[in-house]
Write a protein that binds this ligand. Structure first.
Ligand code: FES
Ligand code: FES
Length: 181
């Protein structure tokens, strides 16, 4: 017997999408398979690794532990929604790229969403607080040093008072002027 399907609306990255799915479809599966948002990665599938973390009403949530139907009437943000309005990398994404805060990249979407939420709560973390922010996410490539550096850099990039704050992607303060001949 086939499972009963429910037609629901999910608001993801500011866009409302209609999907038809069984009541027990996980949010992580709905995002990836029903909505095609494959930026959300699935590792352990039981709430341990943090790879599947998305923001639900601004709070980090393990999408592998939540049913999609439970996300109705919430605002979901996935890694795809962390870019700036012009489509360029957002501050946390840019910081991970600058600091080489990723290796294979499998865990990275979960770090990016987690750090985005944490920096909203604490925009100027100490080194220990930056470490604490990523303590619940696992990276099997184990490159945590650069991930912590990226958190600290993301705090700078997200700070409008910092010289590099809000600077468009790729435009560094001391970038040499290229002369075309
Ligand atoms: S896949 Fe959800 S926490 Fe690991
Ligand atoms: S960069 Fe490979 S799992 Fe984290």
């Amino acid at each position: 017997m086939s499972e009963e399907l429910h037609r629901i609306r999910l608001s993801v990255n500011g866009v409302t999408r209609e999907v038809e799915l069984p009541a027990r479809r996980l949010l992580s599966d709905a995002l990836r398979h029903d909505l095609g948002l494959t930026g959300t990665h699935v590792g352990c599938e039981h709430g341990v690794c943090g790879a599947c973390t998305v923001l639900v009403d601004g709070q980090p949530v393990r999408a592998c532990l939540m049913f999609a139907v439970s996300a109705v009437d919430t605002e979901i943000t996935t890694v795809e929604g962390l870019t700036r309005e012009d489509g360029s990398l957002g501050p946390v994404q840019q910081a991970f790229a600058e600091c080489h805060g990723l290796q294979c990249g499998f865990c990275t979407p979960g770090f990016l969403t987690t750090v985005t939420a944490c920096l909203r709560e604490n925009p100027h973390p100490s080194h220990d607080e930056a470490r604490e922010m990523v303590a619940g996410n696992l990276c099997r490539c184990t490159g945590y040093q650069n991930i912590v550096k990226a958190v600290e850099r993301a705090a700078e990039l997200a700070d409008p008072q910092h010289p590099d704050g809000q600077r468009p992607v790729g435009q560094q303060p001391d970038a040499p002027v290229e002369v075309q001949r």
